[in-house]
Design a binder for this molecule. Sequence first.
Ligand code: HEM
Length: 139
Amino acid sequence: MSFDTIFDASYKRILSENKNGCGFFDAFYQRFLASDQHIAERFANTDMAIQQRMLKKSFYSLFAFYASGQADDAIRRIAEKHNQFNLNIKPEFYDLWLECLIATLKDYDDQFCDDIELAWRLVMTPGITYMKFKYDKRF
Ligand code: HEM
């Protein structure tokens, strides 16, 4: 089975999973905010329900970037928003973001295994690399 297929099947499972009224994206942000005080501070005034919906939507851009190798308008806009001239999200925070995502995946996908973890890392990494690369670039 290809990593695309493994990712798709896993993504469907985590979307339908609910733990004590808490969906995947909710659980991810709870973990991410608890992982570092600086991160919690960055989201202090954020409506987290809206934020969860935006992240969910941006997953399609990350997947499209992985699949096509081409940056569409959506991923360009997200990278610009996060770069040092706007939100100023330092590149090292993306590593923590990915680790929190994988830890949440482990809780939410009951079939979690090495291939699933690798599929997610492969799909997310091009988008993360793109966002880190654009940190100090003008658009
Ligand atoms: C690949 C990784 C990431 C993706 C796909 C992503 C996606 C998004 C999206 C779609 C938005 C909303 C943009 C808009 O308002 O138009 C957003 C906002 C934001 N993101 Fe990220 N993000 C990522 C990583 C990070 C990291 C590592 C941090 C570190 C703290 C971060 C902090 C923020 C903050 C502070 C906002 C603004 C929240 C607000 O409006 O109050 N993001 N992100």
